[in-house]
Write a protein that binds this ligand. Structure first.
Ligand code: NIG
Ligand code: FE
Length: 401
């Protein structure tokens, strides 16, 4: 076989478990690409055929390109003033209830043009890509009206034309109650279900529909169900910000809708977690938000393991609860704060992150999958979780290039 390109003199972290090794590591390996897909993976000595082009990797480790499956990358402004208020004693929830928090970013985002949103997002995106990310998800949710939600999603959809990255978008119109609906959260949830979801779907601007279920500052389970019913009518999969600040039954709700993922889930009950596992809903852990809002209630990782729940890890990059454009930092925090193993953390940003986006064509090094790779100058995969604030990424390959 004639391959387009072959990478040699590399160690591979395939993320295809074998012989008791959850990382499926292959030392002195080779990987070959053809037509943007992985055509062959294995030990270099076994490499069949020839390649038009060969790349020597000097002993680098190659992983599947990292996937950040939960970001709010597109937004205007920042929340540094709110950060100061929290240092003076105000809580994340108290600031939100006083009309700050998400709503302060909504004001800034409504005032921003599509170009301004793209320009603000690009440097944050570049930081993620520099660490080896090749696929990201981007949510709306700082418009809370049809025009601005659509503008955020259009801005997100322009990013792959400007950078080498695959991108999935999620409509998060049910993120907070906008000022124009103050005190009328149910009315706004109906507006999202009846008007915003169908309009966004008709324009094909979103791959999924997300919501923030929270009985104090988000939407009730019932209101969330209206939005999810609308998503299903429009043929869109669902995701959910669930049980972040208290147990509102979000995990079970996500499971009931066969959601792609339920995210945060610090307060999800063992029953909710088991329901997710049965439904195939991925649990997305967001240790950066846990850290930044100084949450103290840990996600029940033991129950997740016992249930066989697939756990992903993501940045939740956003101005309010996690201003951290670093997925490598989340690997460290997932291990240090949530006690994930290195293998669990790495699966969380590869195979399980792909599942959280419903993408079956990536997340591992295996023949037939997209040839999205991240190369690292490290001596063992654990180094990716071990360093804090150090980026050993040497380069990325997106669709074989
Ligand atoms: O994922 N929980 C709700 N939404 C975001 C925070 C958004 C914000 O504070 O701007 C989150 O943590
Ligand atoms: Fe989020």
């Amino acid at each position: 076989m004639i391959f387009d390109r072959v990478w040699l003199d590399a160690n591979l972290c395939t993320m295809v478990p074998r012989d008791g090794d959850p990382l499926g590591a292959i030392e002195d390996g080779a990987i070959a690409a053809k037509d943007g897909r992985i055509a062959w993976v294995g030990r270099r000595a076994d490499l069949p055929g020839q390649a038009a082009e060969t790349r020597a990797c000097d002993g680098a480790w190659i992983l599947p390109g990292l996937i950040d499956c939960h970001t709010h990358l597109v937004f205007a402004g920042d929340r540094a003033r709110e950060f100061e208020m929290r240092l003076e004693g105000a809580s994340y929830e108290a600031i939100a209830k006083a009309g700050g928090g998400i709503l302060s970013t909504v004001r800034a985002t409504r005032d921003a043009s599509e170009d301004a949103l793209v320009n603000a997002a690009l440097p944050r995106l570049d930081q993620l890509l520099a660490e080896g990310v090749t696929t990201i998800e981007v949510k709306s949710g700082y418009g809370l009206d049809l025009a601005t939600e659509a503008r955020m999603l259009r801005a997100a959809r322009r990013l792959p034309g400007l950078r080498d990255v695959s991108l999935q978008t999620s409509l998060l119109a049910a993120h907070a109650t906008p000022p124009d609906y103050a005190g009328r959260t149910a009315d706004y949830a109906r507006h999202v279900a009846e008007d915003i979801v169908p309009a966004i779907a008709a324009e094909n601007l979103a791959d999924a529909v997300d919501a923030f279920t929270d009985s104090a500052i988000g939407f009730t389970a019932e209101q969330t169900a209206w939005v999810f019913d609308a998503a299903q009518r429009a043929g869109l999969r669902t995701k959910l910000h669930a049980d972040q600040l208290r147990d509102d039954g979000g995990a079970a709700l996500a499971a009931r809708y066969g959601a792609l993922s339920a995210d945060h889930i610090e307060y999800a009950s063992p029953e909710g977690i088991a329901a997710m596992a049965r439904a195939g809903t991925v649990g997305v852990l967001l240790p950066g938000a846990f850290y930044f809002i100084r949450e103290t209630h840990f996600p029940d990782v033991a129950a997740m393991r016992a249930a066989g729940l697939r756990m992903a890890l993501a940045t939740d990059l956003n101005p309010g609860s996690c201003p951290a454009p670093s997925l490598l930092l989340m690997l460290n925090m997932g291990c240090t704060l949530f006690r994930l193993t290195v293998a669990e953390a790495l699966a969380g940003v590869t195979t399980h992150a792909a599942a959280a986006l419903g993408l079956a064509d990536r997340g591992a090094l295996a023949p037939g999958l997209r040839c999205d790779l991240a190369l690292y100058g490290i001596s063992r995969p654990a180094e990716l979780c071990y360093w804090i604030g150090r980026n050993p990424c040497l380069g990325r390959v997106v669709a074989g290039r």
